[in-house]
Design a protein around this ligand. Sequence first.
Ligand code: PLP
Length: 384
Amino acid sequence: MIVDSSLDEVKKRENALSIIKDIVETKGRDELFDLTGLSGGFIASSSEVSLLETYVGPAIFEDALQEVGIDHMGGEKVLPLNRTSSGILAAILTLVSEDSNVVHYLAELPAHPSIPRSCKLVGANYFETDDFDEFSIPENTSLVVVTGSTMDHQVIDEEEFKEVIEMAHEKNIPVMVDDASGARLRTVVFNQAKACDLGADIAITSTDKLMPGPRGGLMAGREELIDKIKVKVNQFGLEAQPPVVLAMLNGIKNFNEDNLINSFSRKDELFDLLSEKFNNFKKTPTGVMISPEDLNDEVKVSHHLSDNDVAFVFSFILLKDYGIITIPSVSMPGASATIRFDLSTSDAFNLNLNDLDKKIESSFDKLQEVITNEEKCREIVFNF
Ligand SMILES: *Cc1c(COP(=O)(O)O)cnc(C)c1O
């Protein structure tokens, strides 16, 4: 195994960031193509930046975020967080007691790791399923979790979504929705309702997914619950700091639904081009993807790397040779190693899809050349 632990994942991420820095410094930002769908951003005017003081910043921007955030997410009150993971942790610290049950329904496994990890931290029993017929709520359940759209952009069926909420509320159990990308993907591309409007008690979105905002989390929901969670958030320092709150506010204001809808049609073109050479790419709502297993299946030479390692090496070749950023190289520990080419954020708008297809093909050819040499692969991932 090349990437075998959370520490390895931190190290490969450090290497990816140093490759990115090198490209920006030697060739310029224009030679980087962030196709992660999480390209973030920091939209702020200089007059706004001058208000970013410890107490003045929140006074101005958190207040403005209430209106804009509720408009985006629904609910009675919003709470800006350092990350979506921070919001999930805070909600579980607040609502889940030791030895109680947490049940999670999502369109396709796996769940985001922050959910099981937070449950483990409080000593709760955690169950997850992507089989709706198998989903049930046992006695002594303290929280029901629903993922609106998974890390691989698999979107929940809205009828099932409503049913899970109903089942939970019959037993007076609160529902938390992990709507990291779903708050936009579900609503804009799939015309579903906002999670809070469907009856969710709290919902959390990631402000750099499919929108031009910073990495951060925005929680919305019932005021009484948000207030309780806010106490934990402040006690443990999980809140978003003023600069992030400002950028969240402007990111939401600048969120453009048409961009998402355009990528929805352009992905078909990219899929057709790639399918001339590959068999295993799949469409996502806003791009294409290939899982580590499916990528390995495309490899026609025999080798000893794990599926995930094949995906990591491929991601690093794309980055180093063509400046194409995909999630496996830059992700945090535990994230999915699926390679996704997302067309919904600004670097993708002007990209010639024929060129992109050629770069992906030639990166794959290189992957096949190096894959038998584990030392070489290790060097590509860690730079040592
Ligand atoms: C990205 C994502 C998260 C976590 O977001 P962070 O900003 O990394 O904390 C949680 N759940 C899902 C479904 C995600 O896609």
